[in-house]
Design a protein around this ligand. Structure first.
Ligand code: PEP
Ligand code: MN
Length: 258
């Protein structure tokens, strides 16, 4: 299998920009809002996270929401805002793709493409996104085993795209006091089994901003190659995932802890 590590094989380095190489010695930090809500919102967040040490800006434009009545994202307008803001603050940008209909859009606007937890098993999307030849952040399905996660990545590698970063973002367990359970066992095992870089998303594991920093530290202690963190200028007013979004002050504190 292309995803598997041979004995002593180092972590594959995935270079996005001079300041961002996944699999390098220092952790890659992606930060930004769950959803792009407006130009002013994204510029405010991007300016803050860049100043505090983020290497890449995240933000959702086409959102996979549980309820069809919840905010679905700004769509292409969101991607346009993101491209402009990314250029203004000099940060590469990443956003989640949820449909093969949007492949041309994602190809033209983004530096890296996110496949979310809900689409990890969407093999048609995996194969077609692979052909854009852009770096891909593949998040673990919330009920996917380690082997299923690796095989989803294998679909992309098999198409000839080896620029894949994996992301552990918590799985569904019997425990409902947090949104998901960050699976550090699988993170540590992934570091043994695959040469691909693996990052951690403590925000979606936690569902609660108060435990994002300890989960982030735990992920790095278990060998994660980076973090993806939700940050918002006004978390209480966020149109998605406000409760787990860090304030600028909390993000600043997290960066100083790591
Ligand atoms: C997100 O990153 O906002 C997101 C929807 O994540 P996940 O796919 O892990 O739920
Ligand atoms: Mn989110």
């Amino acid at each position: 299998m292309l995803v598997h590590k041979t004995p002593n094989q180092p972590t594959t380095k995935i270079r996005i920009s001079p300041n961002l190489v996944f699999g390098d010695t220092s952790p890659a930090i992606i930060a930004g809002p769950c959803s792009i809500e407006s130009f002013d919102q994204l510029l405010s967040i991007a300016t803050a996270v860049k100043k505090l040490g983020a290497h890449m800006l995240r933000g959702g434009a086409f959102k996979p929401r549980t309820s069809p009545y919840a905010f679905q994202g700004l769509g292409e307008e969101g991607l346009k805002i993101m491209k402009k803001v990314g250029e203004m603050v000099d940060l590469p940008i990443i956003s989640e793709i949820i449909s093969t209909d949007n492949l041309p859009l994602y190809s033209s606007y983004l530096d890296m493409i996110q496949i979310g937890s809900r689409n990890m098993h969407n093999f048609d999307l995996l194969k077609k996104v692979a052909h854009l030849n852009k770096p891909i952040l593949l998040k673990r399905g919330m009920a996917a085993t380690l082997e299923e996660f690796l095989m989803a990545a294998e679909y992309i590698l098999k198409e000839g795209n080896s620029q894949v970063v994996l992301c552990e973002r918590g799985i569904r367990t019997f425990e409902t006091s947090s949104r998901n359970t960050l699976d550090l066992n699988t993170l540590a095992l992934l570091k043994l089994k695959t040469h691909l870089p693996v990052i951690v998303d403590p925000s979606h594991a936690a569902g609660n901003r108060e435990i994002v920093a300890p989960l982030a530290r735990a992920g790095l202690a278990c060998g994660a190659d980076g973090l993806i963190i939700e940050v918002h200028n006004q978390p209480e007013k966020a149109l998605s995932d406000g409760p787990q979004s860090l304030t600028f002050k909390q993000f600043d504190s997290l960066i100083s802890q790591i």
